[in-house]
Design a protein around this ligand. Structure first.
Ligand code: HEM
Length: 256
């Protein structure tokens, strides 16, 4: 270090002057992209579960997202654009999250020892979030790519054929567990980090938030599992007619 540098570091003059705002901005951006994705997934899993109400409900919802209310018959291009937009947020969120990964195996081992010794809940939550996030790198990318390249193949039969006959269900099972845990822990940490809904007694609020988030995680896991089981059942029954599209009763012109 030069003499000037030594003096500046001793006086703290340089560090004060150059304190970067970039890490704070990155932190904010990571929270913001996470919140957008969490909001997206809460609605996505609910819409997906429309299959529990019957094939016709899922068909109408698919048509809605294909913009049938704007152009006759709708177009899968709307889904492609939606998937592109979500992919941009997803990639940005993953890039920002990479800063938080243990950077070496030794660092990871040190972390595990600490977590075991302390049994600290927040440390365990951090571990769940980092491992589910790692899974999402792959599973989320596969799913988003499929949605972009096969946007025309979404519907009660097309989705069920993919899930059952194309054997996508193990991937969806892992994706469901990873994304629900990741979003649940992520939203909890966001609430604690930014002090949302702290109220007059932050400790009591924290316990209340934990209960609500645990309930939401359980709810989304259950509707996700039931929906997946329903797609598997439809796909199983439809395997002999693989590739055939769903039509409303009496409908002859529009494919699903
Ligand atoms: C705009 C982008 C997206 C679209 C259009 C979309 C669409 C779909 C569709 C149509 C299905 C039913 C299965 C199929 O047809 O293959 C599905 C299932 C699923 N998607 Fe997405 N998806 C999108 C983004 C995401 C993202 C970013 C995640 C999480 C990282 C996600 C998580 C899931 C999960 C967990 C399931 C299984 C749901 C269940 O178990 O019922 N999706 N998605």
């Amino acid at each position: 270090m030069s003499q000037k540098g030594t003096i500046e570091s001793l006086t703290g003059k340089n560090s004060q002057k150059k304190k970067s705002r970039i890490p704070a901005k990155m932190d904010f951006l990571q929270s913001a992209t996470g919140a957008i994705l969490a909001l997206f997934i809460t609605f996505h899993l609910l819409f997906e579960s429309s299959i529990l109400l019957g094939k016709e409900s899922m068909y109408h919802l698919t048509k809605f997202f294909e913009g049938e209310f704007l152009i006759e018959g709708g177009s899968p291009l709307f889904i492609v654009f939606l998937a592109l937009g979500i992919s941009v947020v997803f990639i940005l969120h993953a890039l920002l999250a990479m800063r938080k990964f243990p950077s070496s195996y030794r660092e990871y081992q040190r972390f595990r020892t600490h977590a075991k010794l302390m049994g600290h809940q927040d440390t365990n939550l951090w571990f769940i979030q980092i491992s589910s996030g790692f899974m999402l790198f792959f599973l989320g990318s596969i799913h988003l790519f499929t949605m972009m390249t096969q946007a025309q193949n979404i519907g009660p039969f097309a989705s069920s054929d993919r899930i059952y006959s194309d054997m996508a269900w193990p991937m969806y099972l892992m994706l469901l567990v990873s994304v629900v845990l990741h979003a649940g822990v992520g939203v909890y940490r966001l609430i604690v980090k930014w002090g949302w809904f702290d109220g007059s007694d932050p400790r009591a609020s924290r316990r209340r938030h934990q209960k609500i988030i645990k309930g939401a995680v359980l709810f989304y896991l259950l509707i996700g599992l039931f929906s997946l089981a329903t797609y598997i059942k439809i796909g199983y029954e439809h395997q002999a007619d693989y590739g055939e599209r769903y039509h409303l009763k009496g409908e002859v012109t529009h494919a699903d």
